[in-house]
Unconditional design. Structure first.
Length: 256
């Protein structure tokens, strides 16, 4: 089985890449399951609209994960309740709409995909992602488990990777928008990367026009972020699993 995970989709440039390139990438990689993080897909980088979610599914995504901006676009609330294959963080606020995990039939396996949110330098209301992962593993009837750890701190992501090593098939990180070089198979067979990177403009600061980000760091009193569309790039990772669910191969994805 091959699992393709796509890094945070940012603004119009990222949306266009998914709509025009994801289908071809799925064919080229032979992916059986495609997971896309869509929490920055709106023009302002905050949240995801139902229409965009439908575009992503039509383009070839099987599951869409979210993150700290999951609830910024209120239009998604009812959609989260009605659509089982778009998931928000499992350990987010207790009254949040939707679900934090889903189970999908794929290549003869039942695969559970779970979205988690880090706590280091993130929302104080989040419950422990480690305990949430344990709960999902104990209570979900599935053959394989895949976790999207949407978090700021690399240490928190790597700690979760080791914590789930041998229990999850794949653990990948999102949120920081810069692809890390630690794509690996952990000692007990879990495929892992600290951050998938970003799907959006490569000439940018995390998707934002460089001059707008520079203004903010120079101390401008009010900066309205504008997303770049220069030199778009789709980033992610491909994980290959054997019949036992152990990861046996990893490949970084940089697709223009």
């Amino acid at each position: 089985m091959k699992i393709l995970a796509i890094g945070d989709v940012c603004g119009a440039a990222g949306r266009k890449l998914i709509k025009t390139r994801l289908s071809a990438l799925r064919r080229e990689t032979g992916a059986d399951l495609v997971i896309v993080n869509g929490e920055n897909a709106n023009d302002n980088g905050r949240g995801l609209s139902p229409d965009t979610a439908e575009d992503f599914f039509y383009a070839g995504a099987d599951v869409i994960t979210l993150g700290n901006h999951a609830f910024n676009d209120r239009r998604i609330y009812d959609y989260l309740e009605d659509h089982r294959y778009i998931i928000r963080p499992e350990n987010g606020p207790a009254r949040a709409p939707g679900c934090g995990s889903t189970v999908i039939d794929c290549a003869g396996r039942r695969v559970c995909v779970c979205n988690l949110l880090g706590r280091v330098d993130m929302d104080y209301r989040n419950a422990s992602p480690f305990e949430a992962a344990d709960r999902i593993l104990k209570t979900t009837a599935a053959d394989l488990f895949v976790f999207d750890m949407h978090a700021e701190a690399t240490s928190e992501k790597r700690a979760l990777g080791y914590y789930l090593d041998g229990r999850a098939a794949v653990v990948f990180g999102t949120h920081t928008h810069v692809a890390t070089r630690d794509l690996q198979i952990m000692p007990r067979g879990t495929g892992y990367i600290t951050d998938l990177g970003m799907t959006g403009a490569s000439v940018s600061v995390l998707g934002v026009r460089p001059e707008r980000s520079i203004d903010m760091f120079l101390g401008e009193p009010y900066v309205r972020y504008e997303y770049s569309d220069a030199e778009p790039l789709l980033q992610g990772a491909l994980f290959t699993l054997d019949d036992s669910g152990r990861c046996i191969g990893t490949q970084a994805i940089d697709f223009k």
